[in-house]
Design a protein around this ligand. Structure first.
Ligand code: SF4
Ligand code: SF4
Length: 709
């Protein structure tokens, strides 16, 4: 929404003590900013975020009748809320605020280039002013939180979480797909490291949920659908062929993990070649009747989560040796985790357990009733007799993890374990989803760690439930009905089912977006062929205004690169690189977008037409998109654009789509430097005739090129 009339923009330039002013020429900035269209106040402050600074901002809003505020200081990720509050207190909508990060993106990363840092700070402020002129008040979205919780998984973590939430008086639905509660621990004999009885441990926890008046336990049941807005999820559970429906305000994922199946090469027969689970069962029922028992920790790849498997193997080797001192017990491993109990290793050695370490490049081989291994510890080959071979397999996610991941839009890692968005790096505007993951659903953990994680997930869920209402000023997509041609493309594009077609004024149906379901990825905005969907806080007009402003003062001879970065990954990484004072060249201008789904080929093309020498797009790693598949959409679109650019004789190396990690400032700088080197090598200018062949009109307008992107 745009404020009617001429905007009155106030710009506050923060010195941040001397963190910013020692590098950036703020007096010059103050003067130049005062000349920008719409700016009625340009003012330096020692600390914008201090009590005095915030008071000054409030007073200036009233004194000068400001209707937009730009603060050029540090990252909006941490300080945005302070300024938003100041605007609210002065009667302005928080959405009328733009924060420019001239500390992490200029002063701290171009400390050795004050001129470049100042020029960049001026551009970034110009971009924010241009954007601020187009934004306006945005209503806050309020959602009520349904006071009930769903816990998926009845193992240690799920049982702990369910009991803890219910103890605070909130009803809990506990869904377990197996006929019995207990999970992986119910299959164990004893627990690492103290050796307590696994069955007593788990029975105590099962008792705490069974019969609890606030916990509905559904065993032999599967969660088949989760939909609805944050705060009021509609859950469908299938049990005995019947569907049951629930509304909950929070979901705790505690689906656990299972032992990987050994491959055929091991010829597991449950007698001579057994898994650790089968050994646990044998130990529970009496023991193992063999003179030579070899446990082999099998790691199909070095990144497999094997620490729990190693700990269990150590525990069981020790137990065997204690029970059968005469037996030859051996443990073959690749890597002994440093988390293992040193006392247990010492005791095992003292009792005679033989340890062998293999090199991942030379894995052990099964020979006739023996295992052949090159032992790194002794530097020699060994043949170990094995009447019983125990396979200690790594733990892997349960088969239903992927379907739950897609129902909840919670990303998984490359092994299929759930990831939880890094809360510290989460964009402020993102409404807390009330979805929490605990226990081995994250990565394999011990029973005691599962208990801890169950408590922690329950504490977070209780905080969410107790809030009662959630408010968000987060950006949403809006349909301009008058432009909608009723094609329905947007419906399929929404990963959150927020869009439906409704009867329009004429004969056509028109698109309608449910603001409580929209999470603001921007995918529908890019998909819509009629440009009928406006993405708040990153509309086409706002992004074009930023691109134009970024390139307006392009110095002759210096290449200029735009970086459109997803706020979850690229922006977080850029902030971190700043905090770590990693230096890189100053000729890149960063534009923040909500998701890689918002990387619109038209905007990229626009940037090139306006003279950008390179465009870097940075999104989350594949599989880690917080909006399900934003980065997949980005790949498709940008590949198409690459082909189109090549077809127009344009060097497509000037456009690069990269995956960035939010917590890796070094990677961000490396990617950026590589790209800037490439652009430097290609040269700074784009021939005018190439620009025209891409579809620029003499007026600089984008013309239909006849080629679809
Ligand atoms: S912005 Fe994303 S979440 Fe919102 S309606 Fe569009 S596609 Fe759906
Ligand atoms: S994609 Fe655009 S034009 Fe098509 S239905 Fe959706 S809003 Fe309307």
């Amino acid at each position: 929404m745009v404020i009617e009339g001429n905007p009155k923009i106030g710009v506050f330039l923060c010195e941040c003590g001397r963190e910013i002013s020692d590098v950036i020429e703020l007096s010059m900035l103050e003067q130049d900013v005062a000349e920008m269209p719409g700016v009625v106040l340009s003012q330096r402050q020692a600390y914008c975020c201090s009590k005095v600074g915030l008071h000054e901002i409030r007073q200036a809003i009233e004194r000068h009748g400001l209707d937009r505020v730009v603060v050029a200081g540090c990252t909006p990720r941490t300080h945005g809320p302070l300024f938003e509050k100041a605007l609210e207190e002065a009667g302005l909508s928080p959405s009328c605020l733009e924060v420019v990060n001239v500390r992490e993106q200029c002063a701290w990363v171009h400390a050795d280039d004050p001129e470049g840092a100042t020029e960049k700070a001026l551009d970034l402020t110009r971009m924010a002013v241009a954007k601020a002129a187009l934004v306006g008040p945005r209503p806050s979205i309020q959602v009520d939180v349904t006071p009930a919780a769903l816990v998926i998984g009845g193992g240690t973590a799920g049982l702990t979480a369910a009991a803890t939430v219910a103890a605070s008086g909130f009803p809990v639905i506990l869904v377990e797909k197996e006929p019995e509660l207990g999970g992986q621990v119910a299959r164990l004999h004893t627990l690492y490291p103290r050796g307590e009885s696994a069955s007593e441990f788990i029975k105590k926890r099962i008792r705490s949920v069974e019969g609890h008046e606030d916990i509905q336990v559904l065993t032999g049941s599967t969660v088949t659908d989760i939909s609805g807005p944050v705060g009021d999820y509609r859950v469908t559970v299938t049990r005995d062929g019947k569907s049951l429906g629930f509304h909950v305000g929070t979901v705790i994922v505690a689906t656990g993990a299972r032992e990987a199946d050994p491959s055929d090469e091991f010829q597991q027969d449950g007698v001579r070649v057994v898994t650790q689970s089968e050994l646990e069962l044998a130990l529970r029922e009496g023991g193992v009747n063999a003179g030579h028992v070899v446990t082999m920790v099998y790691e199909p790849n070095p990144e497999a989560y094997s620490s729990v498997a190693v700990a269990t193997a150590l525990k069981n080797s020790l137990l065997l040796k204690r029970r059968h001192p005469e037996a030859a017990v051996s443990l073959i491993f690749n890597d002994l985790s440093s988390d293992l109990s040193a006392a247990m290793i010492e005791e095992a050695r003292a009792l005679g357990v033989r340890f062998y370490s293999y090199d991942g490049q030379r894995p052990p081989r099964l020979a006739n009733k023996a295992v052949e291994v090159f032992d790194r510890l002794r530097g020699e080959a060994a043949t170990i007799p094995a009447e019983v071979l125990v396979l200690a397999m790594p733990l892997v996610p349960h088969d239903d993890a992927m379907s739950i991941s897609s129902m909840l839009s919670v990303p998984v890692d490359k092994h299929g374990f759930f990831l939880e968005p890094n809360v510290r790096l989460r964009p402020r505007s993102f409404l807390p989803t009330g979805i929490f993951v605990c226990g081995s659903a994250h990565y394999p953990v011990s029973a005691n760690e599962s208990v801890f994680q169950g408590y922690r997930a329950a504490a977070r869920a209780l905080r969410h439930l107790s809030a009662g209402t959630l408010a968000s000023q987060g950006p949403r997509a809006q349909v301009r009905e008058s432009l909608c041609v009723g094609c329905g493309s947007c419906v399929e594009s929404c990963p959150f089912d927020a869009i439906s077609m409704v009867p329009g004024g004429g004969t056509l149906s028109v698109s309608s977006i449910d603001a409580s379901l929209c999470k603001g990825c921007g995918n529908c905005t890019v998909v819509c062929p009629a440009k009928a969907i406006v993405m708040e806080k990153s509309s086409d007009m706002e992004l074009i205004a930023q691109i134009d402003a970024a390139l307006a003062a392009r110095s002759n001879g210096q290449s200029r690169v735009l970086a459109l970065l997803c706020e979850w990954s690229g922006c977080a990484a850029a902030d971190l690189a700043g905090a770590e004072r990693r230096q890189y060249p100053a000729n890149v201008r960063i534009i923040r977008v909500g998701c890689a789904a918002r990387f619109d080929p038209y905007l990229v093309l626009w940037a090139f037409l306006q003279g950008a020498d390179g465009v870097l797009l940075g999104g989350c790693d594949p599989g880690m998109c917080h909006y399900v598949e934003g980065n997949r959409w980005a790949v498709e679109r940008i590949e198409t654009l690459h082909h189109m650019l090549k077809g127009a004789g344009f060097d497509a190396r000037r456009l690069s789509l990269r995956w960035l990690k939010p917590d890796d400032g070094a990677q961000f700088v490396e990617v950026l430097r590589d790209f800037l080197d490439e652009i430097e090598y290609l040269g700074p200018t784009i021939p005018v005739d190439t620009r025209q062949s891409l579809g620029a009109s003499p007026q600089g307008q984008l013309l239909p090129s006849g080629q679809s992107v």
